[in-house]
Structure formats: C-alpha cells, structure tokens
Ligand binder design. Structure first.
Ligand SMILES: C[S@@+](CC[C@H](N)C(=O)[O-])C[C@H]1O[C@@H](n2cnc3c(N)ncnc32)[C@H](O)[C@@H]1O
Length: 260
C-alpha cells in the first residue's frame, strides 16, 4: 500500500479531478459546528492584509472553492494554479466565461513567476502533499513582494482522530495521515524560511448525524474500495451515541510574512 499523502503517482490519481476531494469537503460542509464557512474565514485572512490592487497567487488551488465562494468579494488579480491539470480544468469551469482568475498548471516546488510578483500566496491544505516542501516554501517566498504574506491553512495534531480510528480498524492497520505539514511542524519550517510567522485557529468540529457521508469520506482514500462500504458503514454506525458521532477537528492557518 503506497502512502498517497506525498507520493507523486498516487497523488496524480487522487487529484485527477475533484471527485475525491468533493466527497471529503461534503462531510465538513454538512456537519460543521463553525459559525461560518472555512472559505469565508480563509478569505478574511487575506482581506485583512491586502489592498484592493493586490496580486494573489493560489498554489494547489484544487477546484477553486476559495475563489468561487467569495467571487463577489474579490477586488484583487488572482492567479489560480495546481499541479493537476484536471483540477485546473475544474477550477476554470467554475468561473465559466468570467475573465478572472488567471489559471496555470504548476508544481509548488517550481513556480513559473518572476521574483517579487505577488502581494500574497495561498497554499491551503496542500503543503503536506509536497515532497520538496522546503524548496516550495522558498519558491513562495521568492515570488512574494517584500512585506507580502503566505497564508497556508492545514491541520494540527489529532485532527479527526475519531474518524481515523474507525478507518484503521476496518483496514486492519494504521493508515498514513497527511501529517507532513501539521500546524506545529509547519510553523517550525516556516520560521526557517520567513521573517515572521503567526498562527490563526479556525474554531470547528463535526456533529455527524448520518453514517453514509462518513463512508463516502473514507472511500475517497486510495486504500479503500467500494467493496469496503458495508464494513465501513457498520463500523461507523457502532460509534454513534444518541444519533450523533462527535468528531474533533484541529484546523488553522500559518501566516508567514516576507520581511521588507
Ligand atoms: C487537499 S487539496 C486542497 C485544495 C484547495 N487548496 C482546498 O483547500 O480546497 C490539495 C491540492 O493540492 C494539489 N497539489 C498536490 N501536490 C501539489 C504540488 N506539488 N504542487 C501544486 N499542487 C499540488 C492537488 O492537486 C490538490 O488540488
């Protein structure tokens, strides 16, 4: 079994299009306890720091939900990029014939932009997938203007452990976690590359009241197949108490600033 969290070949399959990611996002959107959507919070982190004429690079943008959900609020020039051509296609599709954002296929570790081009870079829930992480962070710093910020959202320790425990029990082994860029270790890495780093937390958990979305969420992993659905269903159903399965989340943003 390969560790798909940072293996290039399996990541290519995992993110050939947005279907796996959409199944995971659906669980969060349906059962979140947060007082606002994750992408509204992510957007505000940028809005607090940027002037209206800012230029923003989104790395590993996926299907572009951050920009699609906030499209009416965006005054900036946005470049939306991802290593997966399928993701960039979906992102482009979400904007129809709107003339923004600009789109591009590129790897985080090799950004095809001149030095000091952007006022902000976003790398949301993607740096744990990048094997050459330090190189990617140096690239992000290189393309930022002095005073510009990298906003990188990610998960912290024990994020959704209740779900992982059930998945491990069904798989009969400890499955790989996307833990190569968690909040604590990610902060240390950013401290090495940037002049200052801040942590902001997103206050959210899940109160899940249906089993099936947990099964779909799990089947989005490379290690499970459709034939595992009955076993996953049974194992999750056993964890519900009074019709609810409580899941603790640990999500935050590391905001790293390039010095003047
Ligand atoms: C978990 S998704 C996150 C998508 C989006 N940022 C979000 O938070 O909704 C991870 C994304 O990172 C992309 N990705 C993975 N490795 C990458 C790399 N080395 N360079 C650029 N993008 C990468 C994947 O194709 C996928 O679209």
């Amino acid at each position: 079994m390969s560790d798909w969290c940072a293996d290039r070949e399996t990541l290519r399959e995992q993110y050939a299009d947005a279907s796996n990611l959409d199944d995971r996002i659906a669980l969060h959107e349906q059962f979140s306890t947060a007082d606002r959507p994750l992408n509204a919070w992510r957007f505000d982190l940028l809005a607090d720091r940027l002037d209206d004429d800012a230029v923003v690079l989104s790395v590993g943008v996926g299907p572009g939900d951050l920009w699609a959900e906030n499209r009416d609020r965006v005054p900036w020039t946005v470049h939306a990029t991802d290593a997966s051509p399928g993701m960039v296609r979906e992102c482009r599709g979400a904007f129809g014939d709107e003339s923004w954002p600009r789109f591009g296929v590129c790897d985080a570790a090799s950004l095809p932009y001149r030095p000091q081009t952007f006022d902000a870079v976003t790398a949301n829930h993607m740096l744990y997938h990048v094997p050459e992480r330090r190189r990617a962070l140096r690239e992000m710093r290189r393309v930022l203007r002095p005073g510009g910020s990298l906003v990188a959202t990610t998960n912290g320790a024990d994020h959704m452990r209740e779900v992982a425990d059930v998945q491990d029990a069904v798989a009969g082994e400890t499955l790989p976690r996307a833990d190569g860029f968690q909040l604590a270790a990610g902060r240390d890495l950013l401290d090495d590359v940037f002049e200052s780093v801040e942590l902001a937390r997103f206050d959210d958990d899940l109160r899940v009241t249906e089993v099936e979305p947990l099964v779909r969420y799990s089947l989005s992993r490379e290690e499970f197949e459709e034939s595992d659905a009955p076993a996953l269903h049974e194992a999750f159903a056993e964890r519900f108490e009074d019709g609810v399965f409580e899941v603790r989340k640990n999500v935050g943003a590391l905001v790293a600033r390039r010095g003047e």
